[in-house]
Design a protein around this ligand. Structure first.
Ligand code: SAM
Length: 457
């Protein structure tokens, strides 16, 4: 197909679709050209900047006919920061696009013709939703401190003072910490040389409690100027209940290391979801959009169709949030999670929430589920919410042997979800419904919750 377009030449075309990265797709014959920032149904002029055998990449030059869904991106950093990809697309069109991606995966690329795919559940106010900000620290050419987010597909820091999708409190903390770090002349980490001290600052806040945890991640065993930092933060911010130091000596992209110390205050912050309170440690997973999390969990609970008699497994349970929701309507909940601190949180959370029909176990889901099978635990409902890579294959095999009547599968990566559900389909399960829930407005991330039921044959 090469030869259809030439590098550096300018073309006019009609955008007919979106990629999963939110880029517009123009096709000449059947050859696709992906154009960032172009919107479906627009007529655009673009310059071809890369030509490959299967596809080309274009750069948007002019919009000849704009889509009615095009909006002015409100964030001043939008064109340089890689945090958001869809601010130029109206919010209702974003929700449609996310549903379309799920339809594409499950109906066009796979054979789930009978599955009902619902509209994406969106947010009323899709801004300032992130309760966690992972902020890389660097210095610019002039040697000034930079705090911000990475440019798309790079590790160059875009120095920012506010972010429209993060908790508003985090903006203030970023601005003040930048001034403090400049004043104490902190050593910052240089990724290429693997030298220097401060790598990241992580801010985590409880949406309903307003409590904040600040984590300093360093490439050193000590955090320099520790006392000054604590003194400054405690004087400036009433809501900061915990300051932590995390040590990450590895030359890798993983943000946090395995060792953390509490420098000030509590071990955890607390947040609330519905009537439940949850304690959250620095290394424990907690959904980043609490408003949407409640909607996601309510949908999962609806799909679970519990009547109080069921044994439920909550696999990949984090700090026990979904399991806690399920516990009120189940006989017993068994939760498994690989991060030990998260399981400690889950146990404490069960106590705080007066949940006495749940068992929490630290370990790999694929190993612990096998152990539970040997112990004779027979779940009627299994809840799974794995990381982006999806479920482990041994886990799925054991799940099939356990033969629950219902599986509720939450996924932050529908591409691996479809792979896993296909295995279940071949083993006597039917994918009944999927609901996308917009956990990450203005980004291309898609979250889904699926109801999978055992068929009678
Ligand atoms: C998407 S999170 C979901 C957590 C939880 N269900 C929630 O809603 O907060 C996935 C979780 O799986 C955990 N995890 C990753 N691999 C695992 C494994 N092999 N076995 C058990 N848990 C694992 C992660 O630590 C993380 O807490």
């Amino acid at each position: 197909m090469a030869g259809i377009v030439n590098k550096n030449e300018i073309y006019t075309g009609q955008v007919i679709d979106f990629t999963h990265e939110g880029h517009g797709v123009v096709k000449f014959d059947r050859y696709p050209i992906f154009v960032p920032n172009a919107i479906k149904d627009e007529t655009i002029e673009f310059k071809v900047i890369k030509v490959k055998k299967q596809f080309a990449i274009g750069k948007l030059i002019t919009i000849k006919e704009a889509s009615e869904n095009r909006v002015e991106a409100p964030c001043e950093y939008y064109n340089v920061c890689g945090g958001c990809q869809l601010q130029h697309l109206g919010y209702s069109a974003q929700l449609e696009m996310k549903k379309e991606q799920v339809v594409n995966l499950f109906k066009r690329k796979s054979n789930f013709e009978d599955t009902i795919i619902h509209n994406t559940i969106g947010m009323e106010n899709p801004w300032q939703y992130r309760n966690k900000s992972q902020i890389p620290v660097g210095r610019n050419r002039e040697g000034e401190i930079e705090l911000g987010f990475y440019r798309q597909r790079s590790h160059d820091i875009v120095n920012i003072d506010h972010c429209m999708i993060q908790d508003e409190k985090h903006d203030q903390i970023m601005i003040k910490l930048k001034a403090l770090l400049e004043q104490i002349n902190i050593s910052v980490y240089n990724e290429q040389k693997h030298k220097g001290e401060l790598r990241h600052i992580i801010l985590r806040s409880g949406y309903y409690t307003g409590e904040t945890m600040i984590i300093f991640v360093t490439n050193s065993k000590q955090l320099s100027h520790k006392n000054k930092i604590i003194e400054y933060i405690t004087a400036e911010f009433d809501n900061v209940v915990s300051i932590k130091h995390n040590i990450n000596l590895e030359k890798s992209n993983v943000i946090m290391g395995n060792t953390s110390h509490t420098l000030y205050g509590e071990e955890t912050i607390t947040d609330k979801l519905s009537e439940y309170q949850f304690k959250i440690s620095d290394t424990s997973f907690y959904q980043i959009n609490p408003v949407q999390t409640e909607k996601l969990y309510r949908k999962a609970l609806e799909y679970a169709q519990l009547d109080g008699e069921e044994t439920v497994i909550d696999a990949y349970c984090g700090i026990g949030t979904i399991g806690s929701y399920m516990s009120q309507q189940a006989k017993h909940v068994y939760g498994v999670e690989v991060v030990e601190q998260a399981i400690e949180n889950a146990k404490e959370n069960a106590e705080i929430n007066h949940i006495d029909n749940a068992t929490w176990e630290a370990g790999k889901a694929e190993e612990v589920i096998l152990k539970w099978q040997k112990e004779g635990i027979k779940p009627e409902v299994v809840m799974v919410d794995p990381p982006r890579k999806g479920c482990d294959q041994t886990f799925i095999e054991t799940l099939i042997e356990l033969s629950p009547k219902r599986i509720v599968y939450i996924s932050c990566n529908p591409a691996t979800q479809v792979r896993d559900v296909e295995i279940l389909k071949r083993s006597g399960y039917q994918l009944k419904e999927i609901t996308p829930v917009d956990m990450f407005p203005h980004t291309t991330h898609v979250e889904t919750v699926a109801l999978i039921e055992k068929t009678n044959n």
